[in-house]
Design a protein. Structure first.
Lengths: 732, 288
């Protein structure tokens, strides 16, 4: 049996010149060499790649190998032509199988090939354009040196997001390689894809408003959400999941804060049968009931149509079908069994070793023809999820590809200026609101634990009160002691960090890569800090570390998130939570049976306001000045009034038709605080004694306000049930 | 035989349903042997959008979309249908040649072949196949085997509503030796498919009151299900009712057919909200 081909050697046994240049660059790397670059690649991947912030979330997707696979330009052109022909052929076959069925009626295809395949869907031809808009192919080069197709991927052709990721990471980590063998750029392909999807929008949309493109993923818990997010960003699409969409009156809409926004083109990255629980898989939560009706009615275009995955079963028949359907001979064969894949240099434990791989190339429908990405993924054969970046050396290969005529500049309506929340799905607003609340809650917890830890050894007064605050916040049960505080750090605090990590993952597509990288690093440190402490002093330090994380996140958000967008909800969550905490903690501090001055000092400490107070009033502690500072002074960011002022502004910004009530409620609370302080000035003892009850009432009011915000903005739609069809939910 | 059909389905929800989408297989098919003189589907509350079409099997489908909150939803079919299905042929080819014709497909068998393939609710279940095989010794004419299989199911299985649901797999029905018409149809179809014979799930109605002197028929006050069987390219399809051991002649009205119940559920839907729900179904099929 012939040995597998080595990619770096040509047919005559000589090393390919471009491989030589690449290997020379790789071997000439300085300190640490290739292994050092690989380590940097792994680190960049950990910070910016698919791995979630949650510990133990196994890294999804593919890890890049630092050595790219070189695909000579001439070979690429040949493969591109072959794949484009296969795509046309598969489209023709699908159109027949969902239409006249001549291939079955004539006996060319056996019935079981189609009818026993679960990928064949019986929703019929949906019309409104071809079934296939984007696909991919897995190829290998056999011992005879020829490429053949192992699999056509015509349903959800996954992996293109990882191509983008690999290219970007490699460009940063291995610039020497780029200098040695400059690869074809990937951007023109994605620009063409954006244009093609834009042009796909139903007629009549573009002259009126920019077409809306959405990418339907399966949510952040899915194994491929990172790819979905990357691809959505690249294409200018809104990343959505089934629950964000609804069909009304035969058209598809996205549920946003500003109401229902039409979706014109849907790029679906979930299985076809999951798209419409009304007509297809009744148990699917990943789709929308009525989507197929909207497609049939021409109100939305779908890439790819459900049932397109069936084309993958036709591989062995393509050489017979090509002359029948296209009148041509098949250019690129389907792989016969038993071929051994060719080998490419890959970084192993002992340096570069030749490893077999499968090449995945991607193509899209671009106007009347098909365009192939001059790049791809070379996945190592055998279990490891390692993918090499594929480079087509830039010898003018991109231009030489048979291109459909350059499309005319799209006719676009003039954009109206928009400073609002834009297409923010309600789900994201909900997540950001709770992210804000949890970050503040974590900050509070760390602050209280730190204050308690500092008092443990001194046996200082106030420990009992802080303990009560901790108990109210459900961080400890019982008095504050060393064991209960350690348990709080390891248990509830770790739990809050986990919640924050989960929510940050869910809103990840709203964060820039930089933000996410910084967050990953600080979250890792915070988690480490919370888990470690062995004594009271270390515990105090650890909690300071946790507070640093909270500050980092707040600062990042303030400096990087546009005010009109989801930041509004993040900030609203933080302010409500902090206001609540201040009210509850002050109530506890002033409730104590000890000397009033001690309670007032504790109040100042809990609100981080001791220094400010001393600056104004020196060492004299009296009720009215203290309470004015922590309750009513709108200039104190740790005081209650500041939070309410911020909330008032945010709620007014959100506005809406019924938006008057909530700001008015907050304005009322602000007025109340002024009155409370006046009472304290007038009759200190009585007023201070009455304060705890008032403050607890205010805390409850804030809880109620939070619920109203949720009801008003987060569209709490009830769960969907299926009737009358075998599904996993509901069912009569 | 002319019939007036009235089929009413009522859903009652514990909580309001905010949004509902429904897909109906409730309009009788026009067939050689069945003329549809009149067919009207009424839905309450009135849907905001109604779309009519045909599914993959050629059945009439209606989609209804409701976008206003409601706590009850009812659909009523009123139709006048004239049926007179041809009597079954006297002779039929041996069953192995029919299975072979389905396997090959081609111009004469490709459409029937679809129904020899497994489907979610009627797979090619080996236990069902073993049960069916007893009626198909080598060389037997296919129609003889089919009629015997229908008779055996009618005798061996008890008609007992409430023991099974639309999720009950065929294997379980075999264990229970009981079920309703839907189960018997799935069982017979699964058994036939295990032998390579095409069989389709037919949804429709059975006359409510039998002719005088005849025993009451099972499944007469709800939508009914039976089995379409293929006798090969020359003879085509004949319908057998295993629940009542009948060849479908003029006591049945056909709504449509598919691979199994899921392809032709009379009324399926996706609702947002609703909480718990209850269904009431009433069918009348009376001679007109």
């Amino acid at each position: 049996m012939a040995p597998p081909i080595d990619e770096t050697i040509d047919g005559a046994g000589r090393p390919w010149p471009h491989w030589q240049a690449l290997l020379a660059a790789v071997n000439g790397l300085g300190a640490g060499g290739l292994a050092g670059r690989a380590a940097r690649l792994d680190q960049a991947l950990a910070e910016e790649g698919p791995a979630g912030l949650l510990p133990g979330a196994a890294s999804r997707g593919w890890r890049p190998d630092p050595v790219p696979l070189l695909l000579p330009a001439a070979e690429f052109r040949t493969l591109a032509a072959g794949l484009a022909q296969r795509a046309r052929l598969l489209e023709a076959a699908l159109a027949d199988l969902h239409g006249p069925c001549r291939l079955l009626a004539s006996g060319v295809l056996p019935p079981a090939l189609v009818y026993a395949d679960p990928r064949f869907l019986r929703c019929g031809a949906l019309g409104g354009g071809p079934m296939l808009g984007a696909c991919a192919a897995d190829l290998l080069r056999g011992e005879d040196g020829r490429w053949s197709v192992l699999a056509d991927l015509t349903g959800v052709a996954g992996g293109i997001g990882y191509v983008l990721q690999n290219r970007r990471l490699l460009a940063r980590v291995l610039p020497e390689a780029f200098a040695a063998v400059p690869p074809c750029p990937l951007d023109p392909f994605f620009a063409a894809w954006r244009r093609a999807l834009h042009d796909l929008a139903p007629a009549g949309v573009a002259p009126v408003r920019p077409p809306v493109l959405a990418l339907l993923g399966a949510g952040t818990a899915s194994a491929h959400w990172f790819e979905h997010m990357t691809l959505a960003r690249e294409l200018g699409a809104v990343l959505v999941e089934g629950g964000d969409l609804t069909v009304r009156d035969g058209a598809l809409f996205l549920k946003t804060l500003r109401g229902l926004r039409p979706v014109d083109v849907l790029l679906r990255r979930v299985a076809g049968r999951a798209l419409d629980p009304l007509e297809l898989d009744a148990a699917s939560g990943a789709g929308v009931a009525g989507l197929l009706d909207a497609v049939r009615g021409g109100r939305v275009r779908l890439v790819n149509h459900p049932g397109s995955a069936l084309a993958a079963a036709l591989g062995p028949w393509l050489s017979a079908l090509c002359p029948l359907l296209l009148g041509e001979a098949l250019l690129l064969d389907s792989a016969a069994a038993g071929h051994r894949a060719s080998l490419a240099p890959t970084l192993g434990a002992a340096g570069l070793e030749p490893r077999p791989f499968v090449l995945r190339l991607f193509l899209i429908r671009d106007g009347a023809g098909w365009r192939v990405l001059p790049g791809g993924l070379a996945r190592l054969a055998g279990g490891e999820r390692i993918g090499k970046d594929v480079w087509v050396p830039d010898e003018g290969a991109a231009e030489a590809q048979p291109q459909p005529d350059a499309p005319a500049a799209p006719v676009a309506a003039r954009l109206a200026l928009d400073r609002s929340t834009g297409d923010l799905p309600s789900r994201i607003a909900d997540d950001l609101f709770w992210l804000g609340r949890y970050v503040e809650r974590l900050d509070s917890a760390a602050r209280l634990i730190r204050a308690a830890a500092a008092r443990l050894s001194r046996g200082a007064e106030g420990l009992a009160i802080i303990g009560r605050c901790l108990d109210d916040a459900e961080l400890i049960a019982g008095p504050a002691t060393a064991p209960t505080l350690f348990a709080a750090a390891g248990g509830p605090v770790a739990g809050l960090i986990g919640e924050i990590a989960r929510l940050t993952d869910r809103v990840r597509d709203r964060l820039t890569a930089d933000m996410h990288a910084i967050l990953t690093r600080s979250l890792g440190r915070a988690r480490h800090d919370a888990a470690g402490p062995r004594d009271a002093d270390a515990l105090g330090h650890a909690m300071a570390g946790v507070r640093l994380f909270c500050t980092t996140l707040a600062g990042l958000a303030a400096e990087n998130m546009v005010r009109g967008g989801g930041w509004l909800f993040l900030e609203l969550g933080r302010r409500i939570e902090r206001a609540r905490a201040v009210a509850a903690e002050l109530a506890a501090a002033l409730d104590g049976s000890g000397p009033r001055e001690a309670g007032l000092r504790l109040a100042l400490e809990l609100c981080d306001s001791a220094i400010t107070y001393r600056g104004r009033y020196r060492d004299v502690v009296q009720p009215a000045p203290v309470l004015d500072l922590v309750l009513a002074d709108p200039g104190n960011p740790r005081g209650l009034a500041f939070q309410l002022v911020a909330m008032h502004a945010l709620l007014e910004d959100l506005g809406g038709d019924d938006g008057r009530e909530m700001p008015a409620l907050v304005a009322g609370l602000l007025a109340e605080l002024e009155i409370l302080v006046e009472r304290v000035e007038a009759a200190p003892d009585a007023a201070v004694a009455a304060l705890p009850a008032e403050l607890r009432r205010i805390a409850e009011l804030l809880d109620g306000l939070s619920e109203r915000i949720a009801r008003r903005y987060f569209a709490l739609l009830p769960a969907a049930h299926s009737l009358g069809a075998p599904g996993l939910r509901g069912a009569a | 035989m002319k019939y007036r059909v009235r089929h009413r389905t009522l859903y009652r929800y514990d909580e309001p349903v905010d949004l509902a989408a429904h897909m109906l297989h409730l309009l009788p098919r026009v067939l050689p042997g069945q003329r549809v003189l009149r067919a009207v589907l009424d839905a309450a509350p009135a849907p905001s959008r109604v779309v009519d079409g045909q599914d993959h099997f050629g059945n009439a489908v209606r989609w209804l979309f409701l976008d206003r909150p409601h706590e009850r939803f009812s659909v009523t079919l009123r139709a006048e249908v004239e049926v007179g299905f041809a009597p079954p042929p006297a002779a039929s080819p041996d069953w192995e040649s029919v299975a072979e014709a389905a396997r090959i497909g081609g111009p004469r068998g490709w459409q029937a072949a679809e129904f020899a393939c497994p489907s979610p609710l009627a797979p090619a279940d080996p236990a069902a196949g073993a049960y069916a095989r007893a009626s198909f010794p080598p060389g037997r004419p296919v129609l003889d085997g089919l009629r015997e299989l229908a008779r055996r199911i009618h005798e061996d299985f008890a008609f007992r509503p409430g023991q099974t649901t639309i999720h009950t797999p065929v294997g379980r029905v075999l264990e229970l030796r009981a079920g309703v018409c839907q189960d018997f149809a799935h069982l017979m179809i699964a058994g036939l498919r295990a032998l390579g014979l095409p069989a389709r799930y037919v949804s429709g109605y059975l006359r409510t009151h039998p002719p005088p002197g005849r025993a009451p028929l099972r499944g007469a006050d709800q939508s009914h299900a039976w089995v379409g069987c293929w006798l090969g390219p020359e003879l085509g399809w004949v319908d057998l009712d295993p629940t009542n051991d009948l060849v479908v002649g003029c006591e049945h009205v056909v709504l449509g057919w598919g691979r199994d119940y899921a392809d032709v559920s009379p009324l399926r839907g996706v609702i947002l909200g609703g909480g718990a729900h209850r269904v009431e179904v009433g069918v009348d099929l009376v001679a007109a």
